[in-house]
Design a protein around this ligand. Structure first.
Ligand SMILES: [Zn+2]
Length: 485
């Protein structure tokens, strides 16, 4: 690429990032923006221009091919009524004359859909696997967890029913429910306490993997009997740890009582300051009555909770930490909803400083150890702290998003409790996701180990006590002595 071309691309990206952080533009109160840092070089922007008017044709435009200026211009041509950008593509919808107006885009138009009915269009976020409903929809544009679909005319009732039963969330158009997103992480250079390295060094990948294998040997389908064996085994592990108080709060699911497992370490100096480390221990597959090993999803995260619990029970934290393994995640986050709503009803939610969720931490499809940190605006400080921990103690490459979805951190965020998901960033490519083939031999030790090191370091800083989180480049918090070192 020429220097000029490079400058143009950089400018284009900067403008798109700037535009994306504006939630509501002054000149268009209906326009919403979302910025996703997952694709580092290319901002993901979702925006809607005006109310949805009638339209009957949609075109997919390759933004990089047409360039930023023409991409912006084409949104305003006569006949264009509605658009959405996802990744490097623009889906532009309007009347047939839109195509004539936009003809100068030439080879920048990837494809055109005719016979579009706006009332049947949905923006969904959800799973990319197990698309048993694929024949009921026409996929117009897809990027990661987000997809614009058109329901097939004949099957709307069937599709609506299916949407109600799967982990797919249809968002109404024009979108008003996408949560506010902010810009990329802040500067993440920090000092960490000397004791933090000691705790990080205690992460034992063999011990973690051994727990993962044990968990994967149980069928942990929440409607099966094996789930109780797994629960008992987790209770035994936590009970054996010094200082740990273990409870198994239950709730009703499928006509019987199932249990979360909660291990509590009461803080030695700040017992009323709570941190939660959680992961779901249940699993599923295409044939869950027969087998649901769920090694990656989510024996990896649950074994991660046990590994962190062991380290912190041997190094008692100043603040209290609750180590929780949730049941019923695959049926709609039931365990974490139960716990988070309990916190609200007992009034304890105000004590919780942060919730850390581990869901799928052991797979990588390549040598790049990329990890996604996912939260919402109230958890931006967690993204910053965990990014800093990753930079200081691990070889992880961090990506971030403020678009929280689909795992046990969400019920906490929904109740205004700051929560963060740590997940390996190749999860969408995991071939055995929700399959009976989700077995321990798919796991890469280094992936889990590095995520655990990051998580131990960040939790040690927040709950540990001896060390204080300090920004190198400011007076935001803490100890000037250390800052001037
Ligand atoms: Zn999971």
């Amino acid at each position: 690429m020429t220097a000029d071309g490079f400058r143009r691309v950089v400018k284009c990206h900067l403008r798109r990032i700037r535009d994306a952080v504006l939630t509501v533009r002054a000149e268009d109160a209906t326009k919403k923006g979302l910025y996703d840092t997952r694709k580092a070089a290319l901002a993901v922007l979702i925006a809607f221009a005006g109310p949805v008017a009638a339209f009957d044709i949609c075109a997919v435009v390759d933004i990089d091919r047409v360039g930023f200026e023409r991409n912006e211009a084409v949104k305003n041509v006569d006949g264009a009524h509605w658009w959405i950008e996802m990744g490097g593509d623009l889906l532009l919808c309007g009347h047939a004359d839109l195509i004539t107006e936009a003809h100068d885009l030439g080879h920048g138009i990837d494809r055109i859909y005719h016979d579009i009915d706006p009332t049947r269009i949905r923006l969904i976020r959800g799973e990319s696997n197990d698309r048993e409903w694929d024949h009921l929809v026409q996929s117009l544009l897809r990027h990661r967890r987000l997809e614009v679909i058109q329901l097939q005319q004949a099957n709307q009732t069937e599709m609506t029913a299916l949407l109600g039963h799967s982990k797919i969330e249809p968002l109404p158009l024009p979108v008003t429910v996408i949560r506010q997103a902010e810009n990329s992480p802040q500067k993440t250079t920090r000092h960490f306490g000397e004791s933090t390295q000691t705790l990080v060094d205690e992460v034992d990948q063999a011990r973690w993997f051994s727990d993962l294998e044990t968990l994967a040997s149980y069928n942990r389908y929440s409607y099966g009997d094996g789930i109780f064996d797994a629960e008992n085994w987790i209770v035994q592990q936590l009970t054996a740890m010094p200082g740990m108080t273990v409870t198994t709060p239950g709730f009703s699911m499928g006509g019987r009582e199932v249990h979360n497992v909660v291990g509590t370490l009461v803080g030695t100096a700040r017992p009323d300051e709570w941190y939660i480390v959680g992961a779901h221990y249940d699993s599923t597959s295409e044939n869950p009555q027969a087998a649901a090993p769920g090694a990656e999803d989510n024996a990896s995260g649950c074994a991660g909770v046990l590994e962190m619990a062991r380290i912190f029970s041997a190094n008692p934290p100043h603040a209290s930490v609750l180590f929780i393994c949730y049941v019923g995640e695959e049926q709609g986050l039931l365990g974490s909803i139960d716990h988070a709503s309990d916190l609200v009803s007992t009034g304890d939610s105000s004590r919780v400083q942060a919730m850390l969720n581990m869901d799928m931490i052991g797979f990588t499809s390549d040598s790049d150890l990329d990890c996604l940190l996912e939260s919402e605006s109230i958890g931006q400080f967690l993204i910053d702290a965990f990014s800093a921990a990753a930079t200081t103690y691990t070889t992880l490459r961090i990506e971030t998003t403020l678009f929280a979805w689909g795992s046990d951190h969400v019920p906490y965020l929904d109740r205004s409790i700051p929560a963060l998901l740590t997940i390996e960033n190749d999860w969408a490519d995991y071939p055995d996701y929700h399959e009976t083939g989700d077995l321990p031999n798919n796991i890469t030790l280094a992936m889990g180990r590095e995520i655990l090191k990051m998580n131990v370091a960040a939790l040690a800083e927040m709950a540990g006590g001896d060390s204080v989180l300090i920004f190198i480049d400011g007076f935001e918090s803490g100890n000037l002595g250390r800052w001037t070192e």
